[in-house]
Design a protein around this ligand. Structure first.
Ligand code: BG6
Length: 481
């Protein structure tokens, strides 16, 4: 199957930091279909040769094991092309069309790795140039809008040019191997499904914690914040995968229909419940890996009086028969104690404890980062006649070790899926809009609240109020148990 892959924003950070290294991995592993061409387009004037040299330089900054050696780069570079393009100029789209028309590739993937404010303009121009034929797919990077109205406007334009099955909205968390494992765990094993409900589960915690601060992204981040950057998309997508009903098939729409139902069942926020159930924080100076680090307000391009949240913890419920009354806690933040992304399923305690000591319960931890794995906590007897109290022990599965040879990074997986036309791991417009609909009352309530986010020290687990939010229900975050 031949393909042409075009990166709009071909010299941007996303392209050289994530997309090109992911493509290179696919190429190195022999997974990139043969007969492909990769075209980067951007504002600068450059020859193909100059672009390849530029990218080679950038690759030096890529994580060691993912970096090509000279010979590998030469082979990969043979697929790379570059064209200058002013995205406001219709004739530049005609030139792109001519380039694509040089041959009839089976698939054309147009990846919009530009600033999202250009999405509508690019799509309109693509439509006007007739670059929306059936073999064309458009990939849209987040953030898709900054609220419901802007997301709807982007979707309206995308839909006016492309059919829904041509639109690939990326949420790179869906490409992480642990998310595939989550589907496999739930729908490939008969063991868990009977327990996957309110009768057996006490609460669910989704934590997406980062040790890093905003770094050089201060200008972008300050207009965004943790709620838009991580909760509206990544955390909610994980929640839908945890809470969805079993889809009737593995088809993209069967899965996405079920995910949409979960989003529609989320308890809506009111100003009162935002004040009670949503905690926002902002990091102050502290330490990361033993190094002193500045507070958010001292990061580059951040206004000194910014109220932008770098941390969010919230409590919600999925209002349906399966989940009624089960709290779902979502938490994300920059400059937290560790880089740690995981989903914790806390099961209920046994109804009638017969062993002495604290009455603990089973816990299933789905680990996304830094390792990709699964840990099932059981209660066991240590042996010996003198102590009957039970001890927690773990059944630990490290997917990276178990399946080392087959590990595929999130962007690699998603790029290959876009080329192959598999939509399962991409977000449909109605899901994305429903997620905005749900977070919008939080944004509105914060606009009215002049107190701003609560401070927390870099290197901590966020404001104390986040612990109190969970403690109120008689529970604790996993690291506090
Ligand atoms: C991105 C956010 O979507 O996800 C970043 O914009 C964040 O702020 C990143 O750092 C986290 O992704 P990962 O895969 O490193 O956990």
């Amino acid at each position: 199957m031949s393909f042409d892959l075009v990166f709009f924003g071909g010299t941007g950070d996303l392209t050289w930091r994530k997309l090109m290294p992911a493509l290179f991995q696919a190429f190195r592993h022999g997974k990139l279909p043969a007969g492909g061409r990769i075209l980067a387009v951007a504002r600068d004037e450059m020859s193909d040769e100059r672009y390849r040299e530029w990218l080679k330089e950038r690759f030096r900054e890529v994580d060691g094991s993912k970096r090509p050696n000279d010979e590998e780069f030469e082979k990969f570079a043979a697929l790379l092309h570059y064209r200058r393009m002013d995205l406001s100029q219709p004739e530049h789209y005609q030139r792109l069309k001519e380039w694509l028309g040089e041959r009839a590739a089976d698939t054309v993937v147009l990846y919009l790795a530009t600033s999202p404010h250009l999405f509508t303009q690019i799509c309109e121009q693509l439509g006007a140039a007739g670059l929306n034929e059936k073999r064309v797919r458009v990939v849209l990077e987040k953030p898709l809008g900054h609220d419901l109205a802007s997301a709807q406007e982007i979707n309206r334009v995308v839909r006016s040019v492309f059919a829904e099955e041509q639109a690939f909205r990326i949420d790179h968390y869906l490409g992480k191997p642990s998310v595939q494992n989550l589907m496999a765990l739930r729908f490939g094993n008969a063991l868990f499904e009977p327990l996957w409900r309110r009768e057996s589960i006490a609460n669910i915690q989704i934590t997406l914690a980062e040790g890093l601060g905003v770094g050089t992204r201060g200008a972008f981040y300050d207009g965004t914040g943790a709620l838009r950057d991580m909760i509206q998309n990544h955390a909610l997508q994980l929640l839908t995968m945890i809470a969805m009903e079993p889809p009737s098939t593995h088809d993209a729409d069967a899965i996405r229909d079920e995910k949409l139902k979960v989003l529609r069942s989320l308890k809506p926020f009111t100003p009162e419940s935002v004040a009670r159930d949503v905690i926002r924080g902002q990091y102050r100076a502290g330490s990361n890996d033993g190094q002193a680090v500045p507070g958010y307000l001292d990061e580059g391009k951040v206004p000194a009086d910014s109220h932008c949240e770098t941390f969010v913890a919230l409590r919600t419920e999925v209002q349906n028969w399966r989940w009624a009354g089960v709290p779902f806690y979502l938490r994300t933040g920059k400059r937290l104690a560790a880089r740690d992304a995981q989903i914790v399923i806390n099961f209920r305690q046994v109804p009638h404890p017969i062993f002495p000591g604290a009455n603990q319960a089973n816990r299933l931890v789905i680990k996304l980062q830094p390792e990709d794995g699964l840990e099932l906590q059981l209660l066991a007897h240590k042996g010996g006649a003198d102590n009957e109290a039970l001890t927690p022990v773990s059944l630990d599965l490290d997917f990276d070790k178990a399946f080392a040879a087959n590990r595929v990074g999130a962007y690699e997986r998603l790029l290959l899926d876009a080329i192959a036309g598999r939509l399962n791991l991409f977000v449909r417009s109605d899901e994305q809009e429903q997620a905005w609909r749900w977070v919008e009352p939080i944004l509105d309530a914060w606009k009215q609240d002049s107190t701003g986010p609560r401070p927390y020290s870099a290197g901590s687990w966020g404001p104390a109020a986040a612990s109190a939010l969970v403690a109120r229900d008689g529970f604790a975050w996993a690291e506090e148990q």
